[in-house]
Design a protein around this ligand. Structure first.
Ligand SMILES: Cc1cc2nc3c(=O)[nH]c(=O)nc-3n(C[C@H](O)[C@H](O)[C@H](O)COP(=O)(O)OP(=O)(O)OC[C@H]3O[C@@H](n4cnc5c(N)ncnc54)[C@H](O)[C@@H]3O)c2cc1C
Ligand SMILES: O=C1O[C@H](CO)C(O)=C1O
Length: 511
């Protein structure tokens, strides 16, 4: 243990560690891998925090020691996966736990293609472990840097109408509660806790193990093409989202164009993806520099976006690259620089209206028919706006806090704003307020991990019929409020819970 941590730790636990950490099975003390000087930040450097203790357990016994000590010391715990959530979901000044060192394969069921893993495993490590067995993840988002537990905790999704979200590939999970007890949850065991924990927001306990439902390994033949955005809208109701298993659209509002990316399983031989202009050093740096200048001279943004679009793809309508890759390589992409992302889920059929109204607003048309009650004056946005889909109604197992549309397919619109050299574009809040107003007007719900800025606790309770059940279950399984982190208190948990718990604590003190 870090001697600093030991000194720091002793200051409020006295001999707690020596009693609680004694492991009778081995006749030794269970390690307590703590640091008192960790500086946490999100991947996009949007949020920072200094946890009192940063803990990196490497076994279930070590995790239980942490939970038991935190309970004794009245500490809250936030688990951090890879810190890729763009908002302050993972920030805390109390105890922070990271399971990067708890990431092994525990069991494989070859008949069912199911792999049980320790929850700290990253998606790219999981992809490698599955590949060794001739298996693969059925669907993926843009990256594989996340931990599996972190990715499901916020309902990470990809882009296919034949798939739901990553959380729906979880057959069962084991969660350690603030009591130190571990519960195995599945559709047939502790079902309510299972459906609540499939999108847990870190608020129920520490997920220690996950059984993942894989599929036979597959390669994808993908292609991307430049299309005029009105063509995308014209094909919306016909075969836009059904022509291939995986489809995503990158909308470039200042060029009148979009990139249509589509992929299907193939037996063809692998063929490398084409060179990406901004994937290389010079292209990336010059793009970031140009965006940086446009934060000082915002009117430059459309010019930069059109220039980069023509270099990265092509200006004329038509094919703009293709490849054949392993599934987890084909589905992922270079997300470039630190960025703000504000992504919302709306019913798929509302997509054309959403895009047309936002385009009208961005164009600042005189007779602006968007209905958005914010001025677009002086607002210039970055591209692409990601246009992706999922359908979580395809499966019975549905997370209580699934932000997707519950009656049919879902469209996810992701308003990305780059932070060139960590500088936010001017007036980004006004853009996000306008975007969110439109998303709410279309019955949308924000992605839990992203940079939404205008949704109140009351709105969240109105958006989710199962919110009351989720909060009540959360309070039941965590009476010590060990996992009632600051983000949950700010966004979801109701104040009376706090008062009630305070009253219980007062009564306990008098006993
Ligand atoms: C470049 C980039 C690309 C992205 N692409 C996509 C995409 O394509 N689709 C999409 O939907 N999202 C995407 N995201 C968002 C990302 O998938 C989510 O934010 C995800 O939650 C991050 O995983 P993580 O391991 O970093 O978790 P963190 O951000 O570290 O934590 C997220 C939540 O999980 C909880 N948690 C973590 N581990 C545990 C555990 N063991 N037990 C209990 N709770 C736990 C944390 O407490 C927190 O509440 C992207 C983000 C970035 C930065
Ligand atoms: O949050 C996200 O970031 C990338 C876009 O750069 C992506 O696809 C998300 O989702």
């Amino acid at each position: 243990m870090d001697p600093e941590a030991h000194k720091g730790f002793r200051k409020y636990t006295g001999d707690a560690i020596s009693t609680l950490s004694w492991d009778a099975d081995t006749g030794t003390h269970i390690p307590f891998r703590a640091s008192v000087s960790h500086k946490h930040r999100t991947w996009a450097k949007t949020h920072f925090s200094n946890p009192e203790l940063f803990l990196r357990p490497q076994s279930e016994k070590e995790i239980r020691l942490i939970v038991n000590l935190a309970r004794q010391c009245g500490k809250t715990i936030v688990v951090v996966g890879s810190g890729h959530s763009p908002n302050d979901l993972t920030c805390t000044s109390s105890w922070m736990v990271n399971l990067d060192g708890f990431n092994s394969v525990v069991f494989e069921n070859c008949r069912e293609l199911q792999l049980e893993v320790e929850a700290g495993i990253r998606l790219h490590q999981l992809a490698d472990e599955l590949e060794k067995r001739g298996w693969a993840m059925p669907n993926l988002g843009s990256i594989t840097a996340q931990s599996i537990a972190g990715a499901i905790a916020t309902n990470t999704h990809g882009s296919s109408l034949r798939h739901g979200t990553l959380s729906q590939a979880i057959v069962s999970l084991t969660i350690m509660l603030s009591s130190g007890e571990s519960l195995r949850c599945s559709a047939t065991e502790n079902e309510d806790l299972y459906h609540a924990a499939l999108v847990s927001l870190g608020g129920l306990g520490i997920i220690t193990h996950i059984v993942f439902q894989a599929v036979p390994a597959f390669n994808l033949a993908w292609k991307q093409e430049v299309v005029m955005t009105p063509q995308i809208l014209d094909a919306w109701k016909t075969d836009l989202w059904t022509r291939s298993e995986f489809i995503r659209v990158w909308w470039f509002p200042y060029s009148g164009r979009s990139i249509l990316w589509s992929a299907d399983k193939t037996e063809e031989p692998l063929r490398e993806r084409p060179h990406s202009w901004y994937g290389g050093g010079l292209g990336r740096f010059s793009y970031e520099l140009a965006l940086y200048f446009s934060t000082w001279l915002p009117w430059l943004t459309p010019i930069v976006e059109r220039y980069v679009f023509s270099l990265q793809y092509r200006w004329e309508v038509g094919p703009s690259g293709s490849a054949v890759q392993k599934s987890h390589e084909a589905l992922t992409m270079d997300c470039l620089f630190p960025q703000l992302v504000n992504e919302w889920a709306i019913p798929l059929e509302k997509g054309p209206e959403a895009i047309q109204r936002l385009q009208t607003w961005l164009d600042g048309d005189k007779g602006d028919k968007s209905g958005i009650p914010f001025s677009p004056k002086g607002i210039y946005v970055h591209a692409p706006i990601e246009v992706r889909v999922a359908d979580t109604t395809l499966q019975a197992k549905k997370p209580w806090l699934d932000q997707s549309c519950q009656t049919g397919p879902t469209l996810y619109l992701n308003a990305t704003l780059y932070r060139p050299f960590l500088r936010n574009p001017p007036e980004w809040e006004r853009y996000y307020n306008a975007f969110e107003w439109l998303m709410k007007d279309l019955g949308g719900r924000p992605h839990w991990a992203k940079n939404f800025i205008s949704t109140s606790k009351e709105e969240f309770w109105g958006m989710y019929p199962k919110m009351k059940d989720w909060v009540e279950l959360r309070n039941t399984v965590d009476p010590h409020r060990m996992f009632a982190n600051d983000w949950l208190k700010k966004n979801l948990l109701k104040d009376e819970e706090d008062t009630e718990i305070t009253q219980i604590k007062e009564r306990l003190k008098k006993l």
